[in-house]
Design a protein around this ligand. Structure first.
Ligand code: DX5
Ligand code: ZN
Length: 222
């Protein structure tokens, strides 16, 4: 199996030392950086917008994986792309005209991802899987870092992997929420090949050691 992507989420980083922490993640072996954008409307929390994405862009060469938890993503795609997003993921729940939104992301030059909440059936991705680069399975209800992994997410990861296999396309299956060394292997075994990790990377004594612990945990599955 190809290398599993580890994408630390800067939501859990110390924002007073963002450059230093981003560098530590890069040096410590992160593959992508995950940036959680929240509008206080689609999710009950606010985080940051394109300005912070641009600031992170100036600190690192790593691909930026931007997760838009916002009610009207179509309106902001160009701004996030301009800020340096390499991959832009929108929520299926926010996008009634998902093909249009995905096409818009692609036209901006970014790769396109679609995310589903824990209560959204995986089957709803069936007619979009042929047009996207990444499926993001939420394994917590979005809005906050540091929540517990919802076990039924494992079934959804398996379903997402089956959709990708049936579509015969190279689409990442990424998982977001509550990922730690103790559950990382089961998530990869279920079919994930990209892991978002906030608390288990940035809220640990050493960022590089924390990434290495995740990598070790999945080494047996890979
Ligand atoms: C949740 C965000 C996640 C979050 C993950 O709304 O989408 O990316 O930062 O944080 P942990 O790994 O702490 O659950
Ligand atoms: Zn996220």
């Amino acid at each position: 199996m190809a290398r599993v992507i580890i994408a630390p989420s800067i939501l859990a980083a110390d924002f007073t030392r963002l450059r230093e922490q981003v560098k530590a993640a890069e040096v410590g072996g992160a593959d992508w950086l995950h940036l959680d954008v929240m509008d206080g409307h689609f999710v009950p929390n606010m985080s940051f917008g394109p300005g912070v994405v641009e600031a992170v862009r100036s600190c690192t060469a790593l691909p930026l994986d931007v997760h838009l938890m916002i009610t009207d993503p179509l309106r902001s795609i160009a701004d996030f792309r301009k800020a340096g997003a390499d991959l832009i993921t929108v929520h299926l729940e926010t996008s009634p005209h998902l093909n249009r939104t995905v096409a818009h992301i692609r036209e901006s030059g970014a790769r396109a991802g679609v995310c589903i909440n824990p209560a959204t059936p995986t089957a709803l991705l069936q007619d979009i899987v042929g047009d996207i680069d990444l499926i993001l399975i939420m394994s917590v209800n979005p809005g906050f870092g540091g929540q517990k992994f919802i076990p039924s997410s494992l079934r959804k990861i398996r379903e997402a992997r089956a959709l990708v296999t049936a579509a015969r396309r190279d689409v990442f299956v990424e998982v977001d929420g509550g990922i730690e060394p103790a559950n990382a292997a089961s998530v990869v075994d279920a079919g994930a090949n990209a892991l978002v990790a906030g608390t288990s990377v940035f809220r640990q004594p050493d960022i590089g050691t924390a990434i290495a612990a995740l990598r070790r945990a999945i080494a047996v599955s890979a």
